[in-house]
Design a protein around this ligand. Structure first.
Ligand code: SAM
Ligand code: CA
Length: 245
């Protein structure tokens, strides 16, 4: 694990104290064991453990990131939320638990089978009534929502965690659906660290195939005057976008 002495040594070499705190796996494990797992609601623990054993489970959001999202949503008093990309419902459950009893979350995924894995736990947690799950590709569902004026500017929080090649297409639509002052969170914007790797280096095919889309999204969000942004290095990176106009 990196020690204060290491930081001092770096300071002498570069003249600045390094800003990246998570230099070791042990430090990440420390966060999980000190502040995440001891406070994890029982249904979140149960769904995390089921998802870890699920064949597609490696796609799920990390426990520290969902803790952060749950915390953020409570701070914002979110009542009307949306999630694109549900899988077993792990981040969905974290969101549903943060909403008040009469809160709502519209959740979309092309894969109902994975959602069915987590649904019994969501029901046991007493939050299923807040969730409106729609099976199907998100883009046409968003276009349907946009046809009704009442949906414009109606969402307090939208979490996007699905097909990375469509993030910019989602953004075009979501910016109309989120309210001014509301938040869109685009997940995986550091894309496995590949955003700073040379494309000539050997890279996992899956990572490589979406890397260009993530880079394009990050560039576009950085100059979009309709939002303020903040890129948070939690999980695989999440870019929070607050609509300002
Ligand atoms: N948010 C989930 C969590 O934290 O547990 C993980 C979601 S996983 C990274 C991505 C999900 O997006 C998959 O379940 C996949 O079926 C879904 N997906 C892929 N393409 C989609 C599309 N066009 N529309 C809606 N969902 C899609
Ligand atoms: Ca993700």
């Amino acid at each position: 694990m990196a020690s204060n002495r290491d930081h001092q040594a770096d300071k002498h070499q570069t003249g600045v104290v390094p800003k990246m705190l998570l230099r070791t796996d042990a430090l990440y494990q420390y966060i999980l064991e000190t502040s995440v797992y001891p406070r994890e609601p029982e249904p979140m623990k149960e769904l995390r453990e089921i998802t870890e054993k699920y064949p597609l489970g490696m796609m799920a959001t990390t426990a520290d990131e969902v803790q952060f999202l749950n915390f953020l949503l409570k701070l914002m008093n979110v009542k009307n939320a949306m999630e694109i990309g549900v899988l077993t419902g792990y981040s969905l459950l974290a969101t549903a638990l943060a909403l008040p009893h009469d809160g709502k979350i519209l959740a979309m995924d092309i894969d109902r089978e994975s959602y069915e894995v987590g649904r019994p736990i969501i029901e046991k947690a007493g939050v299923a009534h807040k969730i409106d799950f729609r099976e199907g590709p998100a883009l046409p569902l968003l276009d349907q929502l946009l046809k009704h004026e009442k949906n414009h500017g109606s969402f307090d929080f939208i979490f996007v965690d699905a097909d990375k090649n469509n993030y910019l297409n989602y953004h075009k639509r979501l910016i109309e659906l989120v309210k001014v002052g509301g938040l869109i969170g685009y997940d995986n914007t550091l894309w496995n660290g590949s955003v700073v790797e040379s494309p000539d280096l050997p890279m996992d095919d899956y990572v490589m195939s979406y890397r260009g889309f993530v880079l394009e999204l990050n560039k576009a969000l950085a100059v979009d005057p309709r939002i303020e942004i903040c890129m948070i290095p939690v999980g695989d990176g999440i870019t929070l976008c607050r609509r300002i106009k």
